[in-house]
Ligand binder design. Structure first.
Ligand code: C2O
Ligand code: CU
Ligand code: CU
Length: 487
């Protein structure tokens, strides 16, 4: 009897393991762990592969700021080249990687509101790619969706006027079916929009980008996407920040702005400080919040960004502070210099506050989006992506109310971060309630737990065909994507 029980439970465990992962990098026992309250997730999707702590042995790498090729009055010219290379992520070992204008990741592009920006896009990879500007208000034909393919060895120039206020955006490839792999191998960079408002923070001194990504390396310390990919989202045990293994960050005793980007294929992070100190979130995906929001914890799902300000002058002598996850995993230990900054920085407020008008509040839902499924069976409104099918249309400049529903499945379901290209939307409600204060700014991605229903006000300022999709990159590659034509 006892033996039978053992065999049955063994089969059960093996079955669970098999249905959640192709290569056994997920421990089935972890999946049975209790989930945080309010979560309906059960056996798939956000399965835990624990992240290893950062030992803090390497100072965080700060991406260079991209220099323009030329400036001519209001016109500025840049070149972005997708290329292959080798990077020393582990001491003394070369890892094959991809990058923009470098071997791994990319530079920070700082674009100014009002400027006419020309970007020369070069594909020096062996495969096709696209250059997508995540969060940028741009016409469909320059947005870098799966239609805007650039063949290996080819180049193309796009031109657009920067129309939005300051924000932390990013760019990454978007070729059909290959986005997850190319991002995994290193293609991702940041794009900052700047406007005429003063910014008291200085890049690389007290204003730091943190591109947070989890990866799995093989025994040769290579990134072998085919070997580790998971149809429900590839997850790794090694955290890299700006491509740095075991990072630490040295800061002065002053207010420091961190611009967080979850650049992972599927992992979500809930960030906090190890001493439980609060911090202020000043911006979300699309720019500044109307006012700073005091938080002790902050969740970012794939592709979401947040700008936070941590006041290191409040740290006591010899107190140890680290950026950690809610489960205690150390992501980034801080080393604090004695140097103090006597000039306390003003918290910024936006020039154009985010407001939901009475009219927008009253509008009926005109587009419904149902997110459903797992692994290869993911769909939006029951359909898979088809390059030749336009799923929605909308008029340029007109606001419509979209309702996004994450429909649970028999296993419970999983988080789907829902993203729309070419727009910054406003969240009207989540499950009928006013969204939390830090979701009341501009967003281009909204994360939904199984069973969640959100209403968002969506307006496009530019014409063209735009994608909307789940930002778990493997879900997107597996067809959890639709197209909207804006006329
Ligand atoms: Cu990060 Cu289709 O986008
Ligand atoms: Cu995007
Ligand atoms: Cu998804």
């Amino acid at each position: 009897m006892k033996k039978l029980l053992m065999i049955t439970s063994l089969i059960f465990v093996v079955f669970l393991g098999a249905c959640s992962s192709n290569f056994g990098n997920m421990n089935p026992f972890n999946m049975m762990k209790e989930r945080p309250e309010g979560s309906m997730m059960m056996g798939h999707g956000q399965s835990d592969v624990p992240l290893q702590h950062s030992t803090g042995e390497n100072e965080l790498k700060i991406p260079p700021v991209l220099k323009s090729d030329e400036e001519d009055g209001n016109d500025v010219y840049y070149t972005i080249e997708a290329q292959k290379g080798q990077t020393e992520i582990f001491e003394g070992i070369q890892t094959k990687t991809l990058g923009y204008n470098s071997s791994f990741l990319g530079p920070v592009m700082k674009l100014k509101k009002g400027q006419t920006t020309h970007i020369k896009l070069k594909n020096s990879l062996d495969e096709e790619t696209t250059f997508h500007w995540h969060g940028l208000i741009i016409a469909g034909d320059a947005d870098g969706g799966p239609h805007n393919v650039i063949q290996p060895g080819e180049e193309k120039e796009i031109t657009f006027e920067v129309k939005q206020d300051r924000a932390t955006l990013w760019f990454h490839p978007h070729p059909k079916g290959k986005t997850a792999k190319q991002v995994f191998e290193g293609l991702a960079g940041l794009m900052y929009i700047e406007d005429e408002m003063d910014d008291p923070y200085v890049y690389g001194e007290n204003d730091f980008p943190l591109i947070i990504q989890d990866r799995t390396f093989n025994e040769q310390k290579q990134l072998d996407y085919e070997a580790v990919k998971n149809a429900d989202g590839t997850i790794g045990e090694t955290v890299l920040i700006n491509g740095t293994l075991n990072p630490r960050l040295t800061v002065n005793k002053e207010k420091v702005r961190l611009r967080l980007l979850n650049g992972s294929n599927m992992r979500s992070y809930t960030f906090k400080l190890s001493n439980n100190q609060s911090f202020q979130q000043i911006a979300s995906d699309g720019g500044l919040l109307n006012e700073p929001v005091e938080l002790t914890e902050l969740q970012l799902t794939p592709s979401e960004r947040a700008e936070i300000v941590i006041d290191f002058s409040k740290i006591k002598e010899n107190e140890d502070v680290k950026l950690i996850m809610d489960d205690g995993t150390i992501l980034l230990p801080f080393e604090i210099n004695d140097q103090e900054n006597i000039v306390q920085k003003e918290i910024q407020i936006p020039q154009n506050p985010v407001k939901i008008s009475e009219e927008e509040m009253q509008k009926e839902v005109s587009k419904e989006v149902v997110l459903f499924g797992m692994m290869h069976h993911v769909t939006i409104n029951g359909k898979k992506f088809d390059m030749n099918r336009i799923d929605f249309t909308q008029k340029k400049g007109e606001t419509e109310i979209w309702e996004i529903y994450n429909k649970p499945d028999m296993m419970g379901g999983t988080i789907h971060p829902f993203h729309i290209h070419g727009t910054q939307f406003k969240v009207i409600s989540i499950n009928g309630k006013e969204p939390p204060a830090n979701l009341q700014g501009y967003k281009d991605t909204i994360s939904l737990e199984p069973g969640d229903r959100a209403k968002i006000a969506v307006k496009f300022e530019e014409k063209g065909v735009f994608m909307y999709h789940c930002h778990i990159l493997e879900h997107e590659d597996n067809g959890m994507m639709g197209q909207i034509k804006v006329e």
